[in-house]
Design a binder for this molecule. Structure first.
Ligand SMILES: Cc1cc2nc3c(=O)[nH]c(=O)nc-3n(C[C@H](O)[C@H](O)[C@H](O)COP(=O)(O)O)c2cc1C
Length: 215
């Protein structure tokens, strides 16, 4: 009797395990989006845009938002050891950010203009991604097939500066072999209150992101 009960338990456990596996596969089948607030301000205009993007994408994807300022990392020292090894000599939070990149199917970088360029914190992170840069062998890699998007905002009126920021993000994505799928420039935004009137532009950009997931 006890033996029969044991066998039943084993079968039951195996069945539960297979259900758990199926559930994991189903969960994993959902698109994962990573939204990067490239500003050091955690609750500013960039964060508000990231929140709107997150809300829309969350209807169809699992979304994670990170802020560049949530992480501690040093500047690249330019030692070039990674050119020969594919690894950085510095051990800090860059690896953690790259794990988020590796997990995501969609990456949306949202960057303000600081002196007509990306903020220094974001630039420092990009420099530290040199071990993943495809211009040298060996180099570290993240899984292929990721779709990348860029949103640039600034206080001034023209698009030119937004385009420069988008170019920097494209350059970064290109060397990580993340496909550059679409961008949005938002001039005329000084603070978070100025984001609400631009909601329509942001949501319609999200529709474009979601439409790419169907094709
Ligand atoms: C240090 C600094 C430099 C800036 N430089 C520019 C600039 O060159 N051109 C511009 O249009 N806006 C500039 N801005 C304005 C920001 O792009 C704008 O306020 C943006 O909404 C800030 O978003 P955040 O608060 O999320 O960082 C600058 C802001 C800061 C703090």
């Amino acid at each position: 009797m006890i033996r029969l009960k044991n066998i039943a338990n084993v079968i039951n456990e195996a069945y539960n395990e297979s259900i758990r596996e199926t559930m994991t596969v189903t969960e994993d089948a959902e698109m994962r989006a990573l939204i990067v607030n490239c500003s050091p301000v955690r609750s500013g205009a960039t964060a508000e845009i990231a929140r709107l993007v997150s809300d829309r994408l969350a209807e169809r994807c699992t979304v994670k938002t990170i802020c560049i300022d949530d992480y501690q990392f040093s500047f690249c020292r330019g030692c070039r050891i990674c050119h020969a090894t594919g690894r950085c000599v510095l051990q800090d939070d860059v690896a953690e950010i790259m794990e988020e990149f590796a997990r995501a199917d969609i990456i949306v970088s949202v960057s303000p203009s600081y002196w007509a360029d990306i903020p220094g914190q974001f630039k420092a992170f990009i420099d530290r991604c040199t071990p993943w840069c495809n211009t040298h062998e060996p180099h570290a890699t993240i899984p292929r097939g990721k779709k990348g998007y860029a949103i640039a905002l600034r206080t001034g009126p023209g698009m030119r500066e937004c385009e420069r920021i988008i170019e920097s993000i494209w350059h970064f994505y290109g060397h990580l072999e993340i496909a550059c799928m679409g961008s949005l420039g938002l001039p005329g935004i000084e603070n978070r209150e100025m984001v609400e009137p631009r909601k329509e532009e942001i949501v319609s950009f999200c529709e474009k992101i979601l439409s790419h997931q169907e094709s």
